[in-house]
Design a protein around this ligand. Structure first.
Ligand code: TYD
Length: 209
């Protein structure tokens, strides 16, 4: 089963994904593979470097979209599908919805085109559940300001208006797609974690039996 986590940078999804991995391994005795996007294979990690390098200022939005999607196409076929076929869990820190939210809604590329490219890149590997960890823009600004300017990557350096559009895009996806679960990322870490596991236990694992 593929479960993905989405949200603005600094929303806390990396912490939540690790907590869920521990829960599934220790409490449910499952084999869990944790991956992050972009990356996860040799080829995808090389593409990641290109995408996040602050020196690559000349990169066009179309190139950005295709590189994220290329990295993902490799990850899906090399890692995700074989792992799911073994019956294991795959938890991904970002997946194709990041391209729809960031390159589509955020950068302004035509959303239907971005979605078509995602279908091509991921094939059958559609997530069973996608948790969107939502934080308000004010919280995002506060968290970003805590980080030194130099440690932000090419995309994290984008302006606030961009992030507003990304968040609105995610909220639209939450309304449109049944697999999306909106989680309030302002709550305490433990509270957010409990919300995630109770959703999975009630809505996903129960119906599998
Ligand atoms: P990363 O350091 O992995 O950020 P995070 O920990 O927040 O996931 O960098 C990934 C950056 O790339 C992040 O700013 C989101 C962006 N991104 C896109 O714009 N499109 C995509 O398809 C993906 C996967 C990420």
């Amino acid at each position: 089963m593929l479960i993905t986590f989405e949200g603005l940078d600094f929303c806390g999804k990396s912490t939540q994904i690790k907590l869920l991995k521990d829960y599934l391994e220790n409490k449910k005795q499952k084999t869990v593979l944790l991956i992050r996007e972009p990356g996860g294979t040799n080829i995808s990690e090389k593409v990641r470097e290109l995408l996040l390098d602050k020196k690559n200022k000349e990169m066009f939005i179309e190139t950005e979209l295709l590189l994220f999607s290329a990295s993902r196409a490799q990850l899906v076929r090399q890692i995700i599908i074989p792992e799911i076929r073994k019956g294991n869990f795959v938890l991904s820190d970002r997946f194709h919805d990041s391209s729809i939210a960031y390159q589509g809604y955020g950068r302004g590329l035509k959303v239907s085109t971005v979605k078509d490219i995602q279908s091509f890149a991921i094939g059958d590997a559609l997530p069973s559940v996608t948790f969107f960890i939502d934080i308000p823009i004010e919280e995002f600004i506060e968290r970003r300001d805590h980080r030194k300017g130099s440690s932000l990557d090419r995309i994290e350096n984008s302006d606030i208006e961009f992030y507003q559009k990304v968040r609105e895009g995610y909220l639209k996806l939450c309304n449109e797609e049944e697999r999306f679960v909106l989680i309030n990322g302002i709550n305490q870490i433990e509270e957010v974690h409990n919300e995630i596991i109770s959703y999975l236990n009630q809505k996903i694992f129960e119906t599998e039996k």
